[in-house]
Design a protein around this ligand. Structure first.
Ligand code: SF4
Length: 250
């Protein structure tokens, strides 16, 4: 494994999403909302005010039948590392309240809701449009509050939120390992809800720095690419497609 900034063993959690396998079913979006207590709105057609931490986009090659082709692209927060892996992601760099933070030990960009005061600077800075502002306090259909994830905070009106790579699951896995006298967690012990829910196994999650994790090999696929790579955001979500027009679109 590679060494981290404080000479500790650095983890770099990330995803490889195989776009040739994704069928656009949206199961990952539903699993993400359920796991992370994301409320749905009465009118989800208002895309500027609805919240989905993970959104599946439909891309097309723009050609007429019979040469047309489509691709579905799931897009969570890309968990940018910035140039040189120093955690200078666009959103972290601009937050005046240090409400968004880069975990040097995991590479995960997290959001501390109680520090956020809703200036939305991070939303303007994020080139991937993966941050969402809460225009309302969450409302749950009667009885559904019993099904909320107990390990994830419910967010209030006036703050920004985004995908956390299900960080609460990482904390639970680390706690469990500690009580069992282990220092490291296994790959299967920390998986995101979207990766687990994907019926076509298009999403693989793990430590990009760990040769024992599947993502280590998968990210080296010659057909792998990252979104807006030219911005040097050094993201931790890799996409794989055998189709050149899909790779060009990224
Ligand atoms: Fe921040 Fe956007 Fe990068 Fe996620 S994708 S780390 S929200 S700049």
């Amino acid at each position: 494994m590679e060494k981290g900034h404080n000479n500790t063993t650095a983890k770099r959690y990330g995803m490889v999403i195989d776009l040739d396998k994704c069928t656009g079913c949206g199961g990952c979006m539903v699993a993400c909302m359920q796991e992370n207590n994301v409320p749905f709105k009465k009118d989800e057609t208002d895309k500027t005010k609805s919240i989905t931490w993970l959104r599946v986009y439909k891309l097309t090659n723009g050609k007429p039948y019979p040469h047309n082709d489509i691709c579905y692209l799931p897009r969570p927060c890309q968990h940018c590392s910035g140039v040189g892996d120093h955690g200078h992601s666009p959103c972290v760099s601009v937050c005046p309240a240090t409400a968004t933070d880069y975990g040097m030990d995991t590479g995960i960009v997290s959001q501390i809701y109680t520090r956020c005061f809703g200036c939305r600077y991070c939303m303007a800075a994020c080139p991937y449009h993966v941050r969402y502002f809460n225009w309302w306090d969450p409302v749950w259909p009667k009885g559904m509050e019993k099904y909320l994830s107990p390990n994830v905070s419910v967010r209030m009106r006036g703050i920004v939120e985004k995908c956390s790579f299900c960080f609460h699951r990482y904390q639970l896995a680390v706690d469990r390992a500690f009580y069992e006298g282990r220092k490291e967690i296994e790959e299967h012990e920390y998986q995101t809800a979207c990766a687990q829910a994907c019926p076509s196994k298009a999403i693989t999650f793990g430590d990009l720095n760990n040769p024992k994790h599947a993502v280590y090999e998968l990210k080296q696929n010659p057909n792998a690419f990252r979104l807006l790579e030219r911005l040097h955001t050094n993201t931790k979500v890799y996409y794989v497609s055998s189709r050149s027009w899909v790779r060009m679109a990224g």
